[in-house]
Ligand binder design. Structure first.
Ligand SMILES: [Mg+2]
Length: 164
């Protein structure tokens, strides 16, 4: 793939169960068989000790070596978790992301493309809602997640993806 060297290529990484793993939380909550306890889950998030998903970390590091793609973290986490997430990513090895946003994902992609002029080269996540809607990217990567499903955001009814 030929990439322009103008600083406008980005690859978007989702956080939960795409870049960092919540498996340690689910190990003590019967692997998703319990109803979600949002208080307990948020407490787990705030500890900031989620391990990296090694395959994603390898992908992340390979993209870094290309030096032509900025790596963007895009998560649906609450705004007040931003510092914890950033510290957790650093600790897990994702040390060179170019930015992080904690906004509604489709709207954030729209801003990145239409307002900031970025080209989304890649876009990855574990939920269909990560890779649905507008400005999906040249390639999308849907990771499997057998533990839970997050419904797509309202207004996103497309279902375009390349899955491998
Ligand atoms: Mg996720």
């Amino acid at each position: 793939m030929e990439l322009a060297d103008d600083g406008k290529n980005i690859c978007i990484f989702d956080v939960d169960d795409a870049t960092l793993s919540n498996l340690p939380y689910y190990e003590v909550h019967h692997y998703g068989a319990e109803a979600v306890n949002s208080t307990a889950l948020n407490e787990w998030f705030m500890v900031g000790k989620l391990p990296a998903l090694n395959e994603t970390l390898e992908f992340y590091n390979n993209l870094l070596k290309l030096e032509k793609i900025k790596l963007i973290i895009l998560t649906g986490r609450r705004d007040d978790m931003e510092d914890v997430v950033k510290a957790n990513l650093q600790e897990a090895g994702e040390t060179s992301y170019s930015g992080s946003t904690f906004e509604f994902k489709e709207e954030e992609r729209r801003k990145l493309v239409e307002e900031d002029g970025y080209r989304i080269i890649g876009n990855m996540g574990d939920q269909w809602s990560d890779i649905q809607g507008i400005h999906l990217g040249n390639r999308t990567f849907k990771l499997s997640n057998p533990l839970y499903y997050t419904a797509q955001a309202e207004g996103t009814d497309q279902n375009l993806y390349f899955d491998f």
